[in-house]
Design a protein around this ligand. Structure first.
Ligand SMILES: Cc1ncc(COP(=O)(O)O)c(C=O)c1O
Length: 419
């Protein structure tokens, strides 16, 4: 059992969360079902907050990792800000009661509508990803007779040594602005009277389990900020290091958050800056499980397939990134078997795990795909006309609460216009 799924553990042979057998949750709410632990979300947030004690900071939970409004409410209650990448995420943050002055807005393709809406909501700042975007925000701001605060997302060109789909800090990635080009375009930025440059931002990738890429990015950003200040950009008050801290899915040796914070605290304080961080997966990843039911055990040649009622539409990480997630039977049985755990979708890439040794299971058993709290439900789709799954939050008192009902077939086709 993965010790980092701390709130999911076996009790008397039953996989539980806060004392509640997950088998019972599956029976009550049906499957596929996401189950989250409120305590886990709170703990992870507090861990980062405590580690950054002593340096002025704002934690902006990255909504994209798990965006259920009830999760966002917990984060808002802890004092968290939000990292958003769309008008929809701004809506979610506001619906959860987040202070707009704690919202930072990134993304390479902000539309006029999104920019205008964010200005009207008076968010803390835009994280700009191109000169073209700065021009657009400048125009819209001036048309509204206002000045918008921005950070510039730079591409520090460090290799985060993670899956190439979630590596974002290299020159060949579409994100951010090349540091050297930024230095050359100081006059251009100064000429945009509808903007005020108040920060520098980076996000070098996700699921990073080594410290050196973070330290390298920090060094580059601090040097850049020093230079920009000397060039007259005296309003720069924020350094935003993005998210990306890795978690344990299997046996990854990732750095303790305290080590990361120690690197950051002193240097950011010495520069007289306020720190923003945007953790997503670190907060949500280990705090959710996807429960699926075993439908059939099918043998083909020498392979055993455990066919479940959950598929890649419910949880795409294994298919998309070949991501490893632990799979456990909610009821501990004698013996084990090696099997591919797959879904019902008409794609060979529809699997949760391949050649896994897992506890012997019987049709009807409920399986838990562990560490599904991040980029699970948030990336779910209706592919194969499957209804989006339900979500349950287990409160600190151990009681389960439905926080998203399972879609009905009517919901599924509701937006299709039949002539
Ligand atoms: C700008 C930005 N900040 C934060 C995050 C969150 O990353 P993670 O979930 O790895 O912490 C992302 C993820 O893509 C991002 O693009």
């Amino acid at each position: 059992m993965n010790s980092y799924d701390a709130y999911f553990r076996y009790n008397d042979g039953e996989l539980t969360c806060e004392g509640l057998p997950l088998r019972e949750a599956a029976e009550r709410f049906g499957t596929p079902l996401y189950v989250y632990t409120e305590r886990g979300f709170r703990e992870r947030y507090m861990e980062i907050d405590r580690a950054l004690d002593g340096v002025p900071h704002l934690i902006c939970y990255s909504i994209k990792s798990n965006s259920n409004v009830n999760i966002l409410r917990i984060m808002a209650d802890m004092g968290s800000g939000m990292d958003v990448v769309s008008g929809g995420e701004i809506r979610r943050a506001l619906a959860a009661g987040v202070d707009p002055r704690k919202i930072v807005f990134a993304g390479v393709g902000k539309t006029d509508e999104e920019i205008s809406g964010a200005i009207d909501e008076k968010i803390l700042m835009f994280n700009c990803e191109s000169f073209e975007e700065m021009e657009r925000i400048d125009e819209i701001s001036r048309a509204k007779g206002t000045v918008s605060d921005i950070s510039i997302r730079v591409n520090p060109d460090v290799d985060a040594n993670t899956h190439h789909y979630i590596r974002t800090g290299r020159k060949e990635n579409k994100f951010g602005i090349d540091i050297d080009r930024l230095k050359e375009r100081g006059d251009f930025i100064r000429g945009l009277s509808g903007l005020r440059l108040i920060g520098i931002h980076c996000h070098i990738g996700s699921q990073i389990v080594e410290l050196p890429p973070f330290t390298a990015a920090l060094t580059r950003l601090l040097t850049l900020i020093g230079g920009l200040k000397r060039d007259g950009f005296s309003d720069i008050a924020y350094i935003n290091l993005g998210g990306g801290m890795g978690i344990r899915y299997r046996d990854e040796e990732f750095f303790p958050i305290e080590d990361w914070a120690r690197e950051v605290r002193g240097r950011v304080s010495a520069a007289g800056l306020k720190l923003i961080v945007e953790p997503g997966r670190y907060i949500s990843g280990n705090n959710g499980v996807l429960l699926v039911r075993l439908l059939y055990k099918k043998r083909t040649g020498d392979r055993l397939f455990l066919i479940t009622d959950g598929g890649m539409n419910d949880l795409i990480r294994p298919s998309l990134y070949s991501a490893y997630q632990n799979i456990l039977n909610c009821v501990r049985r004698e013996g084990s078997e090696v099997a591919d755990v797959v879904g019902p979708i008409c794609e060979s890439g529809d699997f949760f795990g391949k050649e896994r040794e897992i506890t012997t299971s019987l049709p009807g058993d409920c399986l838990g795909v562990m560490s599904s709290g991040a980029y699970g439900m948030a990336m779910a789709s209706r592919y194969n006309s499957r209804r989006l799954p339900a979500e349950v939050l287990i409160g600190v008192d151990g009681s389960p609460r439905l926080i998203r009902r399972r879609e009905t077939y009517e919901d599924m086709i509701a937006h299709e216009l039949v002539p």
